[in-house]
Design a protein around this ligand. Structure first.
Ligand SMILES: Nc1ncnc2c1ncn2[C@@H]1O[C@H](COP(=O)(O)OP(=O)(O)OP(=O)(O)O)[C@@H](O)[C@H]1O
Length: 721
């Protein structure tokens, strides 16, 4: 192994924002040479200088690529044939210009591959691997995109399977400056794996600010998931901090690179548990050059009506989120399809057309059997009726009626009245309003599916009497809907008209999705694939999954492969050991996490005055660099914030974490987030606050990157004692 560093203790990989204050030059160059094949020191210094030159040359080339793209953009209207082409070209070029933006803090490359002389395709070639493709003026690549096929070997080659690679080199940066590298001579059987100092430095880096990409240090088992085929739907079950979110985001970027045109048309969607989480991950894809990925919570996806009522009681919500509701709604929609009772008669100038009951019955029955979305079915019935009328007109007049005649006839009163009688137009909220406000209608749709008690639970109450749950108005518009109603209304909308789907959907924290929420996502990924990320042990919703197969079935991807990730990159080993004590009590079958991190500190302390102890702990934490979070039961957050403010400690909220170094976070919002130092206040209160409180505590205890302090006045929950 060969490594050269300006500062051997603090090499940073090619990370997006080398922002750590811990990184410093120690003044002199230091080289670390290990193994039998240590290269002479001068030679290594020369290498480092050459790499820096290559970095400068690449940066200059990128600048020229951008200048050319800008010139094309400016002259785009002259080359495009028409206004539409000009606009499309303009958009493409503008995107290209944006993609070529150079962030001086983002190293252009983080690795290098030297292929051996005997490799079939790349004999003797050398490639630098980075976040984007950079070519010189002749088109020769100076930096390969990490997603290019050749770059795959950077992540997957090993001493056992070198894949033609003789040497793999990783670069360390400090504040955008190339300061070190680390070589593995795979052809001589050398391999660092997770012992790489550059990887270790990245993992142990104190966290500040939002999530960063991991493109420089993706591990082989992660890379397999990142580069899985577009057609493959996969489910990643991973303990806290195993990189699930990172894998999902890098997979989105990878798929966009490989299937650019197709996915630009259909779109890629990332679904996360809440806004704070989406804000936390928002910078990752743009840092990888991908600026067009939609990000939404499930609530955003089903946002068809304003949610203005207090959430349903959990027992009511449980019924509304149950998969049986899909069938109830399907029946409720179908119940609107009637039986023709009168023939259709139309006067048309001197002609009179008539369609008798038999053909009308056939039209309705045939269309019903086709199982189309309801609104499409209505239009199909209209078209069939018009076609019957057209045939009569042709027979009598011996000529084809005009398009205008067809349109007019389709909209004529007798045809519309017929449609309104046998296939009335429906709105999603109107349908759910009718169902929840009419016990007879609900009873008939739910017959044999929901018990009478369950039906009574979900029947809405008049607005004037209800305090929580659906507050029914006389119309759908006047009704105050709950979050669970919004999911039902989206299901109804899907029955009436299919939504357009995405080419790929990444779903994070998927263990918390209800069956009906899964269906909302399934409708948007029917013809695409999904990457499902989650941890059954972190399920806190009342309907949290205990088996991924069930979730995958509701998502319409029953055959997706479930892949475990078990190596933790976030939480230090001592902290993982504490959190793992909860696992037996969580009643889920998941492999426990192992931490890559031997560093870190854990301090569990009994205190008498929780508030005073929290303030003191936060003050002490501020002596270190990195982010600090105080995590407490939701109802304790206000008091702790006030106490910190009274002690002159500025705090941020989870929605605006940049406002201060210390964030006070309600336990219910911390999923998916991480902080350098975490102070957990009163675990027993966190557990007591909700039915799946132990699962919540497991989430809370696994947020710390460097240090975890647990302060308690009450006894610790049983599994931790
Ligand atoms: N290969 C890697 N190299 C460096 N850092 C990594 C790697 N994989 C993951 N990490 C880091 O580990 C931390 C945890 O990753 P991530 O948030 O993706 O985990 P997760 O499995 O989604 O966790 P949780 O279950 O808690 O949501 C992040 O800081 C991430 O950048």
């Amino acid at each position: 192994m060969t490594a050269v560093e300006l500062d051997p203790h603090h090499a940073q990989p090619g990370s997006a924002h080398p922002d750590s204050d811990r990184v410093h030059h120690d003044g002199g160059d230091t080289a670390r040479l290990d193994g039998d094949h240590a290269a002479p020191r001068d030679h290594l210094d020369g290498d480092l200088a050459a790499e820096r030159e290559h970095l400068d040359a690449s940066r200059a080339a990128l600048g020229r690529m951008r200048t050319r793209a800008e010139a094309l953009f400016a002259g785009g209207h002259q080359v495009a044939g028409d206004a539409y082409a000009a606009e499309t070209l303009g958009r493409t070029l503008a995107r290209r210009v944006a993609e070529l933006a150079d962030d001086p803090d983002t190293p252009l490359f983080f690795g290098r591959l030297d292929f051996g002389a005997s490799d079939r395709d790349h004999a003797g070639r050398r490639y630098h691997v980075g976040r984007r493709h950079v070519a010189d003026d002749t088109g020769e690549p100076l930096v390969l995109d990490w997603r290019a096929p050749v770059s795959r070997s950077f992540y997957r080659a090993s001493a056992r399977e070198p894949q033609g690679v003789a040497v793999r080199r990783r670069f360390g940066y400090q504040r955008g400056e190339l300061t070190s590298f680390e070589d593995e001579h795979l052809d001589r059987g050398e391999e660092l794996g997770t012992a790489s100092r550059i990887l270790t430095a990245e993992i142990e880096r104190p966290r500040v600010g939002p999530m960063r990409d991991i493109v420089a240090t993706i591990q082989p088992e992660q890379d397999e998931l990142v580069r899985a085929d577009l057609a493959a739907s996969i489910c990643v079950q991973g303990a806290p901090g195993t990189g699930k979110t990172a894998v999902g985001l890098h997979r989105a970027a990878y798929l966009l690179y490989l299937h650019r045109e197709r996915l630009r048309r259909s779109g890629v969607l990332v679904v996360g548990p809440n806004r704070a989480f989406l804000a936390y991950i928002a910078a990752v894809l743009p840092a990888l050059g991908e600026v067009e990925v939609a990000q939404a919570t499930v609530e955003d996806l089903v946002d068809r009506v304003p949610v203005r009522a207090t959430a349903d009681h959990p027992t009511v919500a449980a019924v509304k989120h149950d998969a049986r509701m899909a069938e109830v709604l399907r029946r409720a929609v179908e119940a609107h399809i009637g039986t023709p009772s009168d023939p259709i008669m139309i006067s048309d100038g001197s002609f009179r057309w008539r369609i008798g009951l038999d053909p009308l019955h056939r039209v309705v029955e045939e269309t019903r059997r086709e199982g189309l979305p309801y609104a499409t079915g209505r239009e199909r019935v209209r078209a069939r009726v018009v076609s019957l009328l057209q045939r009569q007109a042709e027979a009598r007049r011996a000529e084809s009626p005009s398009d205008a005649w067809l349109r007019r006839t389709g909209r004529s009163r007798p045809v519309t009245e017929f449609l309104d009688a046998v296939w009335p137009a429906l709105t999603p909220d109107g349908l759910v309003h009718a169902l929840l406000s009419d016990p007879a209608r609900l009873a008939s749709a739910a017959d044999g599916l929901l018990t009478p008690d369950e039906q009574a639970l979900i029947a809405g109450s008049p607005a004037r009497t209800a305090t929580i749950g659906t507050r029914l108005g006389r119309t759908a518009k006047a009704t105050r809907w709950t979050p669970a109603d919004a999911v039902l209304i989206d299901e109804a909308a899907g029955l009436i008209e299919r939504p357009t789907g995405f080419g790929h959907v990444v779903v994070d924290e998927a263990q918390d999705l209800s069956p009906m929420q899964c269906r909302a996502i399934a409708r948007r990924s029917e013809h695409g694939s999904i990457t499902l990320l989650g941890d059954l042990a972190q399920g806190t919703a009342p309907w949290a999954a205990t088996d991924w197969r069930e979730t995958l079935r509701h998502l319409g991807k029953p055959d997706a492969t479930v892949v475990p990730l078990t190596v933790g990159f976030r939480v230090p080993a001592a902290v993982v050991a504490l959190a793992n004590r909860l696992l037996p009590a969580l009643a889920v079958d998941v492999p426990p996490a192992e931490s890559l991190r031997r560093d870190g500190a854990l301090d569990v302390r009994t205190v008498t005055d929780l508030t005073a102890a929290t303030v003191a702990e936060v003050r002490a934490a501020l002596a270190h660099e990195g982010s600090v979070a105080v995590i407490a039961a939701d109802d304790a957050v206000g008091g702790l914030r006030a106490a910190l403010a009274a002690a002159d400690v500025d705090t941020a909220t989870v929605d605006d974490p940049a406002a201060a170094r210390v964030t006070v976070v309600p336990a219910s919002l911390v999923k998916g987030l991480e902080y350098d130092h975490v102070v957990v206040v009163e675990p027993a209160a966190i557990v007591a606050a909700e039915p799946r409180g132990l699962h919540r505590l497991y989430v809370v205890l696994t947020r710390a990157v460097s240090r975890l302090s647990v302060l308690h006045a009450e006894p610790l929950p049983d599994p931790l004692t």
